[in-house]
Design a protein around this ligand. Structure first.
Ligand SMILES: Nc1ncnc2c1ncn2[C@@H]1O[C@H](COP(=O)(O)OP(=O)(O)OP(=O)(O)O)[C@@H](O)[C@H]1O
Ligand SMILES: O=P(O)(O)OC[C@H]1O[C@H](OP(=O)(O)OP(=O)(O)O)[C@H](O)[C@@H]1O
Length: 320
């Protein structure tokens, strides 16, 4: 099938075609019931149950396509969005809207130097060689360190920051961590999550440029705003369902107030009468990461028959 001729009238949604964000993004689409089948080596897939086409693109390119309005929606790292904005400042027509923080793909863009070296502060890198894949953010960062007027960094029509910097910033597309050992750089600016890559390369972090998680972004004038809102709510519902768990327990009415302060719920707990008038049943959404301590505290408070259920999906409602 000639997919390109089937794009007419469809909302275009960009998805990372590989890398660290891809798996979690595909799980998010499945959890949000966005159904598609991607043909072998095809970078476009038509969604079966919505007027949407998925476009598989490198995470670093997604803000450009969305920012220029060529694609309506996208999922990429907040670091990539910030980098795009550093290189191509938004105008009234171009630029991206951050719709939703998706929580996964947590990492930090950090300034790193050899662990055994003499450099211990980012200021000491001024005037030296710095290698990175994030040239825009790194130029902004060193412009601030070098005391260049902040208002002159990042404006359309400015003399590019790179022409005014004393620090020499060089782009490499990957394996940035090798640059110091190979004598190409005195320091690097690269992503860190567990810190294992940095440690293995004999580097240490001396500052953080930006912190990042995956984000849902939209163009300023999407082709179908209603559909964008539907997708946002579906993804929000799936994220909430992942984050929360449903906790149900019985408690004596005399202890109800104390127990429900432990499980206040997202909005408020649901309280149901039991056949025994001295007792009530409580249902409440609890953050998954807090459930063990919540159960301990409920038990200590006198709650009984505490049960915990996974939430398959949810909708926060129009009020959020
Ligand atoms: N170690 C990591 N842990 C968590 N998230 C990361 C990590 N590394 C990168 N990311 C996130 O994933 C995004 C894409 O990075 P990734 O290295 O997967 O890119 P890629 O598309 O495979 O490109 P490349 O060819 O440069 O590796 C980053 O912009 C960042 O938001
Ligand atoms: O702190 P860590 O958990 O070790 O993760 C950090 C590494 O992960 C990313 O690279 P990736 O492995 O995706 O490959 P790349 O260098 O080709 O981008 C990033 O560029 C770092 O090199």
């Amino acid at each position: 099938m000639d997919l390109v001729n089937h794009l007419e009238g469809r909302l275009l949604f960009a998805i990372p075609k590989k890398g660290r964000l891809q798996q979690a993004t595909l799980e998010l689409l499945e959890g949000s019931d966005i159904q598609f089948k991607r043909g072998n080596r095809l970078d476009i897939a038509l969604v079966k149950n919505h007027q949407i086409a998925l476009v598989f693109l490198p995470a670093a390119d997604i803000p450009t396509f969305v920012g220029e309005g060529r694609v309506d929606l996208g999922i990429t790292g907040a670091d990539q969005v910030a980098e795009h904005e550093a290189l191509s400042p938004a105008t009234e027509e171009t630029g991206v809207e951050r719709v939703l923080d998706l929580g996964f793909g947590k990492c930090k863009l950090q300034v790193q130097v050899p662990e055994q070296g003499e450099i211990d502060r980012p200021e000491r890198l001024v005037g030296m060689n710095v290698v990175t894949s994030f040239v825009g953010l790194t130029e902004q960062y060193f412009a601030r360190l070098e005391g260049l007027d902040n208002n002159m960094v990042n404006k359309v029509g400015d003399v590019p920051v790179r022409n005014r910097l004393r620090t020499r910033i060089k782009y490499v597309g990957g394996s940035v961590e090798a640059a110091c050992a190979l004598g190409v750089a005195d320091g690097i600016v690269d992503l860190v999550e567990s810190g294992e890559t940095m440690k293995a390369a004999g580097l240490k972090a001396i500052d953080t440029v930006v912190e990042s998680t995956a984000v849902l972004i939209a163009s300023k004038h999407p082709s179908n705003q209603k559909l964008v809102d539907i997708i946002r709510r579906r993804i929000e519902g799936f994220i909430a369902a992942q984050k929360y768990i449903l906790c149900q327990y019985n408690v004596k009415r005399a202890l109800l107030k104390e127990a429900t302060t432990i499980t206040p719920g997202k909005r408020a707990p649901t309280i149901t009468a039991l056949e025994d008038p001295d007792w009530a049943a409580v249902n409440s959404m609890v953050l998954k990461e807090e459930i063990a301590s919540v159960m301990d505290r409920l038990t200590a408070c006198g709650a009984e028959d505490i049960l915990v259920f996974n939430i398959a999906n949810s909708r926060p409602g129009l009020g959020g």
